[in-house]
Write a protein that binds this ligand. Structure first.
Ligand code: 6GU
Length: 240
């Protein structure tokens, strides 16, 4: 997959693209990332990228020409691509969306800034608008990183063990069970017995129940009774 990030602040992405699993994926060529400075597509001596809003009001609006021209210059016609604008008014990002986006050969991520982006950018070149949650960020850059991480986990070879993608919170529809590693006792806190005996059925049962308990407590909105076994439902009844 090729990811093309369009931003006024390309430096924000430096450490992100070099470190950890994203850095490795880029190094191994599993993921190709270009960070494009929108200012490079602005005209005039001062390469101005923003202007005051028609109709008045606070703040500045990202001008249409540099954004549209940057998209047009970097959209690869031979690749099946999707142009995404990161904006708080977008559709709420989710695990299914991450999986869908992982099927495209090119993702163009346009980072909004200021009080908004001229609406003609959306009309001319944007396929989809995405928000990462109900809060306001100063720009789309952090949101673009969120999308890159969530999508990259679905690309073959990026996450060492494909089971860890399948088992995650949300893929199963439940929050993930608690994890423990050595030592068996730390500051008086013991690892639960069920995990120590090597009895795999017992371990699975404990994990399933902990996942159900956590999900009921913190995210009851995620619980879909039609996707639960009769044993799951029986266990949940005992916790209502
Ligand atoms: Cl994608 N952009 C901005 N500026 N704020 C956000 C967001 C995006 N998602 C949530 N808040």
């Amino acid at each position: 997959m090729r990811v093309t990030i369009l931003t006024l602040f390309p430096q924000i992405f430096r450490g992100f693209l070099e470190e950890s699993l994203i850095g490795k994926a880029v190094e191994q060529g599993l993921l190709k990332v270009d960070v494009v400075d929108i200012r490079g597509y602005a005209s005039g001596k001062h390469r101005v990228t923003d202007d005051t809003p028609f109709g008045g009001g606070v703040g500045m609006v990202l001008k249409p020409e540099p954004v549209v021209e940057a998209v047009e210059a970097h959209r690869l016609e031979k690749l099946k691509g999707r142009a995404v604008l990161l904006t708080p008014r977008g559709e709420l990002f989710s695990q299914p969306m991450a999986r869908e986006l992982s099927a495209f050969q090119q993702l163009l991520l346009i980072c909004g800034r200021y009080e908004g982006v001229d609406e003609r950018v959306t009309k001319l070149v944007v396929d989809q608008e995405i928000s990462i949650g109900d809060y306001v960020l100063m720009g789309g850059e952090v949101a673009a990183m969120v999308v890159v991480e969530a999508v990259a986990r679905y690309l073959p070879g990026v996450v060492g063990d494909p089971d860890s993608v399948a088992e995650d919170s949300f893929s199963s529809g439940l929050l993930k069970y608690p994890q423990y590693t050595r030592p068996r006792e730390y500051r008086g806190l013991e690892v639960p017995e069920a995990l120590l005996e090597g009895d795999h059925r017992k371990i699975e049962r404990w994990r399933r129940r902990e996942a159900l308990r956590l999900t009921l407590e913190r995210r009851p909105d995620l619980i879909r009774p039609d996707r639960l076994s009769s044993e799951d439902l029986e266990f949940l009844k005992g916790h209502l």
